[in-house]
Design a binder for this molecule. Structure first.
Ligand code: HPA
Length: 251
């Protein structure tokens, strides 16, 4: 596998340890990316980094230009996309600061530009999405996690909600009945757009808080930030191992 992009979310708007070579502003047929694409070396390997919510974390989940972001990465020659995302936990076995490599998702988002196959079509396209995450990259992540001194959950069902508000207890109850382990706001349409452009895409979810009704009576940004500090340290450790397992070529 070569040519890796990392999309960072809340808690990871820049990648400490990335030796930046240059930044690139890219316009796509869908508009501008969330932030300039950052090119650099991480753990001796070439990677590109994109801050999903913008370089100053100002773009809310429902306003992210997912199509521009994914299109730009494809345009650059990226083959593999590792998405890092903060989530709430529904499954009680998954606790604050834990990492989870999801294997399935359910999409509860609405009114987002969720496909490249919308206009000027010569034929209708239905991409296969039976397994929404690239199993090759999931396996790299799971192998990279083996030698770590913290546990990484090897599976999870990610429920993508619209945001930017957090959920109600009843919504989380419904998601639990549906089989969701995690709740986040950015997993879709990012994953399907990557699939539409034939990119190998997987996610590393970082638990920021117990979901609504599963922990404290109220979810505060302070609690989320505290859990993400340790969680993102763990992500950086995992990434170091991931990069030692894969080869990347400059894009
Ligand atoms: N819900 C949705 N998205 C989130 C949450 C949550 O509880 N925590 C972090 N991202």
């Amino acid at each position: 596998m070569t040519d890796l992009a990392i999309i960072g979310g809340t808690g990871l708007t820049s990648l400490d340890g990335l030796e930046i070579t240059h930044k690139q502003v890219l316009y796509t047929p869908y508009g501008a990316t969330s932030a300039p694409i950052v090119h650099g070396m991480y753990g001796g390997k070439s990677v590109v980094f994109l801050a999903r919510h913008g370089a100053r974390h100002t773009i809310p989940p429902h306003k992210i230009n997912y199509r521009a972001n994914i299109w730009a990465l494809k345009e650059l020659g990226v083959k593999t996309v590792l998405a890092v995302a903060a989530v709430g936990s529904i499954n009680p076995k998954m606790v604050a600061s834990d990492l989870v490599i999801p294997h399935q998702l359910i999409d509860y988002t609405w009114s987002r530009d969720h496909t490249f196959f919308a206009d000027d079509l010569t034929h209708v396209t239905h991409v296969d999405f039976t397994s929404p995450y690239c199993e090759d990259l999931r396996q790299v992540l799971l192998n990279a996690a083996k030698s770590l001194d913290f546990h990484v959950h090897t599976e999870g069902v990610y429920g993508a909600t619209q945001g930017p508000r957090l959920e109600t207890t009843a919504e989380i109850d419904r998601m639990e009945r549906d089989g969701c382990d995690l709740v986040g706001m950015t997993g879709m349409p990012e994953a399907v757009l990557a699939r539409e452009l034939d990119l190998c895409y997987a996610a590393c979810a970082v638990i920021a808080n117990p979901a609504a009704g599963r922990g404290a009576p109220e979810i505060t940004m302070a609690d989320i930030e505290a859990a993400l500090e340790l969680g993102m340290d763990r992500v950086r450790t995992l990434l170091g191992n991931v990069l030692s397992l894969i080869s990347t070529a400059p894009v």
